[in-house]
Design a protein around this ligand. Structure first.
Ligand SMILES: NC(=O)c1ccc[n+]([C@@H]2O[C@H](COP(=O)([O-])OP(=O)(O)OC[C@H]3O[C@@H](n4cnc5c(N)ncnc54)[C@H](OP(=O)(O)O)[C@@H]3O)[C@@H](O)[C@H]2O)c1
Length: 336
């Protein structure tokens, strides 16, 4: 395959986040917005007209039967990811699916196996991972600039009301802070420590349904290396990542969708962090979703079935860590 191939994308479920994704698709020369499918044809047609998709379908089955669609982006609510990923793979489509990839790790592992057996591309749309600021932060760490990572503080939360009809609060919609925003923190920790914690402990504020509104997690990686992660769907948090190495510290404001990062090396006096050693600032080409789309297309160009930046085994492992936390909390979703 040549680098100039245009990949024809389909969007399954034109909801809130699909709008950002479609805007990014439109901004990329090598991506064509081929089709959109909704449970409602009227919704699909309105979305197609707004974002310039060539076709609109009133069912998910129809888009998957369209041979002109190469790769689908699945942006339904959480409980429907697994079934739609399976349907898409069985229809021979490459798949990018929103976070959290599935409700639990068993579902993700089965789908990873299915994708492998059908030689199809599969990836979680954890857009933070592919963002240029995140890539630079990882490069700084790989180059040994701050030495071994020994501590991470990361959080993600937004002010919200306890609205039982909201998908982030409703149990049957796969609600909860961990699945909605905590997954960013857990994935970031996985990326920085390069493995899952050997022990986890946590405190949560839960609804009678079990859904977690706010949580704080402590991950232990051995030898005193730890991550402290918090997420909330009712309280705004700093939403920053602070990465502490043996020789310095990296701060990433708004780490989920970053616009810059700062590196400070410990001087002779490790308590004096007044001197910035390196700093980057970044402006998105479109809105930040373009980087995960580019990653998918680069992988497809190379005939890869997974991204080296977020292989399926890591998505499965991250979900397994989240499953352990939920087991501690007694939080189970219908259909698990
Ligand atoms: N990457 C990010 O920054 C980000 C941000 C927010 C959300 N997300 C993720 O994206 C996904 C969608 O979130 P969203 O906020 O866009 O959700 P949303 O607007 O509430 O719903 C998305 C779509 O899900 C579809 N859907 C299919 N079956 C459904 C059912 N039984 N009940 C309700 N909806 C159903 C609907 O599409 P049709 O009926 O039109 O087919 C709906 O438009 C979630 O997994 C979420 O975690 C990611």
């Amino acid at each position: 395959m040549t680098e100039s191939k245009v990949w024809r994308w389909g969007i399954m479920a034109p909801g809130t986040i699909a709008r950002g994704f479609a805007a990014a698709l439109r901004g990329l020369k090598r991506a064509r917005f081929q089709a959109v499918a909704s449970r409602s044809l009227v919704r699909a047609e309105a979305f197609a007209a707004e974002f310039g998709a060539e076709k609109a379908y009133g069912s998910y089955e129809e888009i998957l039967a369209d041979p002109t669609v190469d790769v689908v982006y699945i942006s339904t609510q959480n409980p429907h990811h697994a079934e739609l990923i399976r349907m898409a793979l069985e229809a021979d489509k490459h798949v990018l699916c929103e976070k959290p990839f599935t409700l639990n790790h068993t579902m993700a592992a089965e789908l990873a196996e299915l994708a492998q057996s059908r030689e199809l591309f599969l990836m979680e749309a954890m857009w933070t991972r592919f963002h240029p600021v995140t890539r630079t932060v990882v490069e700084w760490i790989e180059e040994g600039k701050i030495g071994e990572v020994v501590h991470l503080i990361a959080d993600f939360g937004f002010h919200g009301s306890v609205d039982l009809s909201s998908r982030v609060i409703d149990l049957s919609s796969g609600g909860g802070a961990l699945l909605d925003v905590g997954v960013y923190c857990v994935s970031y920790a996985s990326m920085l420590f390069g493995k899952q914690p050997r022990a986890v402990t946590s405190l949560t504020d839960q609804m009678p349904s079990g859904v977690d509104l706010t949580n704080s997690l402590v991950f232990d990686y051995g030898e005193g290396r730890q991550a402290r992660l918090s997420s909330s769907v009712i309280h705004r948090l700093p939403n920053a990542a602070v990465i502490v190495g043996r020789r310095g510290i990296i701060e990433v404001p708004n780490f989920g969708h970053p616009h810059g990062a700062t590196l400070r090396l410990f001087g002779q006096n490790q308590f004096d962090l007044s001197k910035v050693t390196e700093q980057i600032e970044h402006e998105d080409l479109v809105n930040g979703f373009e980087y995960e789309i580019l990653e998918v297309m680069n992988c497809l160009d190379q005939g890869l079935t997974e991204s080296p930046l977020l292989p399926m085994r890591e998505t499965v492992a991250i979900l397994e860590t989240m499953d352990k936390l939920r087991a501690d909390w007694g939080l189970r979703y219908p259909g698990e």
